[in-house]
Design a protein around this ligand. Structure first.
Ligand code: ADP
Length: 941
């Protein structure tokens, strides 16, 4: 203090007093005072606003103000510096007032000495300093108290005898006690009895100065509930560092404890799972790959002891070749669980097992480790392998079976194809001779070949009848097989019902008359037309009517009744008779093929039992049905119901416009392309009766030339010539702009009406053809242009040149006939001679070559199937011989198999004809070949 400078502001209105006071200051030794003097209240405030002094001396009287008022103002301005009053006289009351107002001292001027003044100033300064310190402490304490109060932890203060003296808000919250309930109480009210002793000991220990951190204890709340707390216990020290009490900071760790317990519990659970798992489990160190723990199942399965395991790495139980894969998979480990299959592990005994692995990263004893579950799938693997083997075997078997099946299928397809071929050749082979039988007997009866006597006529009639009978039988069989094979086709059209019924009745009229049967016919007038296949519907009616006639005794009645029901859109054809009837037990069977009722009466009648079977299928194909009612000896009644729509009728009138039927004779010239002379002659006769001229062309070759030359108004075209090339001819005729307007009517032994119509034919007739059929189709055709032949098959103008060429050529030509069948040799050679050729014979291939070399024939007819060297071989030899190579060869074969034609052509034949060979067709073929070779020869020459 002695060197310190003390700045003083003296507020004194009296100059003399100032001088006295200043002098007294100067008497004070050791302390330097800087004294500022102001004389008034306001000057004092001004000065104080400018700077602060260490101490203020105020005269008690300051003009109109008192020193007290100045003090109050100074304190109000925030100044805390010590203020000492100087006054003229001692006044105890003023003295008290000044002290109360905050003055540090009160000095009487008259008694003022240097010592007194110095002491008073020093005391005032010191007091102010201490007051400041106290104030700061107070603030600090308040701050601390606020911190204590706002702490989330309970803060409890204890005296040395463990009495609670502090209790903050969190303590209230945690323990449930208000401060006033616990202050003054022992800490033991918070401690459970079980640990009270232990806790007191702990508190005693810490009183030695020990600081205790995170002491976990269970305490009691006011509500008697256990509460987990973590305590920090510290001694409270007095000013001289002596321990005067204890502070306890208690943190509520109930939640943490709960989590810990749950964790412990789950750890326990997992430990149990690990231990008790029936599958091998282990933990290995991700870094060293060493086993860190294994369960009993692993020990049992792998055969290693626990310690042995712990001395191994996970690579030690793998086959060497798998180690790289193991290391790779460890390298790529993710923390998430992983599953992988197809691992192989060695057991201690050296055997290999297959395992699937599930693994998960865990912390184990502070190491990054992997928990592994290894499931032994060796058995499953074996089963799978067995299964795969089994499957392979099955696949093989299936393949074998498939191969067998494909073979069987191929065989079936082949069988189907053979059946089709058989059907086609049946229809051809059976209908062709029948066609001749029927056609020729008819021609003979008509006197074409001369006048017949009555016996001859009757005999021929029998032949013709039998021919027709046979034909219908063949037709039935073929139709039935076609239906069975799904190859039967209907060609429906709008047909006039009444005329169909009339013509069907006409069919049975003769036989009915013979038996003196009455015929009844009733037709519903609204039933004008029906959409059906006319030929088949007629076949149905004729069949039922014929049966009616057949099974009705002399003098009985048969009838045809046709009704129409617009509502049900049905037309009904009822064929009834008063004949022998059918027993109830037989009614169900009569629609089966080859079934005839075995009764004395019906056995008197001929038949095949095919008719009803066939027509019932046809009716079915029309979308209709057939039913029968019958009573023995009373008669039968067959009802055929067919779909019928009235409203369509009017739209179709044009199709069968009457104009067509009234213009039959507009056609003047018809070309018949037909290899069968019988059919051709028959057609020529029928057409002649209609005053139509005809030209017959016997071969499939040159049809276009003839058509273009003759410009016929109508063409009759056979399909089998004898190959089914008629289809191509039809297509070509229809494709060519110069010929496509000429109507073509197909005549064929094969029944493929739909195909014919689709290809553009105007109509389709199945041989043998009747006059009526021809009349009907001709009536349908509208006129165009043409020219003709006479009934003796003499060729008319356009064909005369060709005929002339034939005979001119023929007379000069030598034909070599290579054929082994004697009857064929006779037929062919005679026909060749008649036609003006010279024929020489060879009976096998070798002979044919020799004869050819000896005679240089103009043409060779070569049978293919011959003993020794066959026709194909002989052809090849001839073609290889320079001398003979140019001779035209026509192959004749009895086996019309697919591919035969090509084989023959490849061997070198010029033409191919299958037997039975149509003789006229043969001549045409010979002529074509001779003409060609002549042209070739002259060109070469
Ligand atoms: P079939 O050619 O033998 O007449 P169908 O199939 O036409 O063959 O008839 C089968 C059988 O049904 C006949 O043999 C006959 O026994 C019996 N049947 C058919 N129609 C009549 C009928 N109108 N009256 C009596 N029996 C009939």
């Amino acid at each position: 203090m002695s060197n310190a400078i003390i700045e003083v502001l003296l507020v004194e209105d009296d100059e003399d007093d100032y001088i006295i006071t200043h002098d007294i200051f100067s008497e004070i030794e050791g302390t330097k005072f800087i004294i500022d003097w102001v004389r008034s209240y306001n000057a004092a405030l001004e000065m104080m606003a400018q700077r602060q002094h260490d101490v203020y001396l105020f005269d008690y009287r300051l003009g109109e103000y008192t020193g007290l008022e100045l003090l109050e103002q100074v304190r109000a301005n925030g100044c805390q510096s010590p203020i000492i009053f100087l006054t003229g006289q001692s006044d105890h009351e003023v003295d008290i007032k000044a002290m109360e107002a905050g003055a540090s001292d009160y000095l009487v001027k008259s008694q003022l000495t240097a010592t007194l003044l110095e002491r008073s100033i020093r005391y005032a300064i010191e007091r102010t300093r201490k007051l400041e310190i106290l104030q700061q402490r107070d603030e600090q304490i308040q701050r601390l108290a606020a911190i204590v109060e706002s702490s989330a932890d309970a803060i409890i203060g204890l005296t040395l005898d463990n009495t609670i003296i502090n209790w903050n808000q969190s303590a209230e919250r945690i323990f449930g006690y208000q401060a006033n309930e616990v202050i003054g109480q022992s800490i033991n009210i918070l401690i459970t009895k079980q640990i009270a002793y232990q806790f007191t000991e702990l508190l005693d220990q810490h009183k030695q100065g020990l600081h205790i951190d995170n002491y976990e204890v269970i305490c009691l709340t006011k509500a008697g509930k256990d509460i987990d707390l973590s305590l920090t216990i510290s001694p409270i020290k007095g000013l001289s560092q002596e321990i005067i009490g204890t502070s306890i900071i208690a943190r509520d760790i109930t939640y943490t404890k709960r989590v810990e317990k749950a964790l412990l519990k789950s750890e326990e659970k997992y430990r149990l799972l690990f231990e008790a798992s029936p599958e091998a489990m282990w933990v290995y160190d991700i870094e060293t790959l060493k086993f860190l723990a294994v369960n009993d199942a692993a020990i049992a399965r792998y055969g290693y002891h626990y310690e042995e395991f712990l001395n191994m790495t996970i690579c030690d139980i793998r086959p060497k070749e798998d180690v790289d894969r193991v290391l790779e998979s460890v390298k790529n480990l993710q923390t998430s669980p992983m599953f992988s299959s197809n691992w192989r592990h060695y057991k201690k005994d050296g055997s290999l097992i297959w395992v699937d692995i599930a693994s998960h990263t865990i912390q184990f004893n502070d190491r990054d480790a992997r928990l592994v579950l290894a499931i032994d799938v060796t058995e499953r693997k074996r089963a799978q392998e067995a299964l795969i083997e089994e499957r392979l075997m099955l696949t093989c078997r299936v393949e074998e079976r498939t191969a067998d099946l494909s073979l069987a299928n191929a065989q079936l397809a082949r069988a189907g194809q053979m059946k089709d071929e058989f059907l086609a050749s049946m229809s051809h082979e059976l209908r062709t001779p029948l066609n001749s039988i029927i056609g020729l007997s008819e021609a003979l009866q008509e006197g074409v070949y001369g006048i017949l006597n009555e016996r001859q006529s009757t005999t021929l009639h029998i032949i013709e009848d039998s021919g027709y009978h046979l034909l219908s039988l063949i037709n039935d069989i073929l139709d039935l097989s076609k239906i069975e094979a799904g190859k039967f086709e209907l060609t429906p059209d709008w047909i006039e019902v009444e005329s169909l019924c009339q013509s069907s009745l006409a069919f049975v009229k003769q036989s009915a008359t013979k038996k003196h049967l009455k015929i009844s016919f009733i037709i519903d007038s609204q039933l004008d037309k029906i959409w059906a296949d006319d030929r088949r519907l007629k076949q149905i009616l004729v069949n039922l009517l014929s049966n009616a006639v057949k099974f009705t005794a002399l003098g009985g009645t048969i009838g045809l009744e046709v009704t129409a029901d617009a509502e049900t859109q049905t037309a009904k054809f009822i064929i009834w008779d008063t004949g022998i009837g059918i027993a109830p037990e037989d009614l169900g069977r009569i629609f089966q093929p080859f079934v005839q009722v075995d009764s004395a009466l019906s056995r008197q009648q001929s038949g095949t039992g095919l008719g009803l079977a066939l027509i019932s299928r046809m009716i079915d194909m029309h979308g209709g049905s057939i039913s029968v009612e019958s009573e023995l000896y009373k008669g039968s009644r067959f009802t055929v119901s067919l779909p019928w729509q009235q409203e369509k009728l009017s739209t179709t009138n044009e199709l069968f416009g009457e104009n067509h039927s009234s213009l039959p004779n507009v056609i003047k010239r018809v070309l018949i392309v037909e290899d069968s002379s019988t059919t051709a002659e028959q057609l020529v006769r029928y057409l002649k009766d209609l005053q139509i001229e005809t030209v017959v062309h016997f071969s499939e070759n040159g049809v276009f030339e003839v058509v273009n030359r003759l410009r016929p108004e109508l063409i009759f075209l056979d399909i089998l010539l004898p190959e089914p090339v008629g289809w191509q001819i039809l297509e070509q005729l229809k494709a060519d702009i110069t010929t496509n307007n000429i109507p073509v009517i197909i005549i064929s032994v094969i029944d493929e009406k739909r195909r014919g119509l689709e290809l553009g034919a105007a109509d389709y007739l199945v041989k043998p053809i009747t006059r009526e059929q021809l009349q009907v189709v001709i009536n349908k055709i509208s006129p165009s242009t043409l020219l003709m032949v006479d009934s003796n098959m003499r060729l008319l103008p356009g064909n005369e040149k060709l005929a002339k060429d034939h005979s001119v050529n023929a007379k000069q030509r030598l034909i070599l006939l290579a054929e082994d069948n004697e009857s064929n040799i006779r037929t062919f050679s005679e026909y060749l001679e008649i036609s003006g050729y010279k024929a020489i014979i060879a009976r096998n291939g070798t002979e044919a070559i020799t004869r050819a070399r000896e005679n240089s024939p103009d043409l060779i007819l070569m049978d293919i199937q011959m003993p020794g060297m066959d026709g194909l071989e002989a052809t090849r030899c001839i073609r290889a011989d320079v001398e003979l190579a140019d001779i035209p060869i026509i192959a004749l074969t009895a086996l019309a198999m697919p591919g035969d034609r090509n084989r023959c052509l490849q061997a070198g034949v010029n033409e191919y004809l299958s037997k039975p060979v149509n003789l006229k067709g043969l001549i045409t073929a010979i002529e074509v070949q001779l003409n060609r070779s002549q042209h070739a020869g002259s060109n070469a020459g």
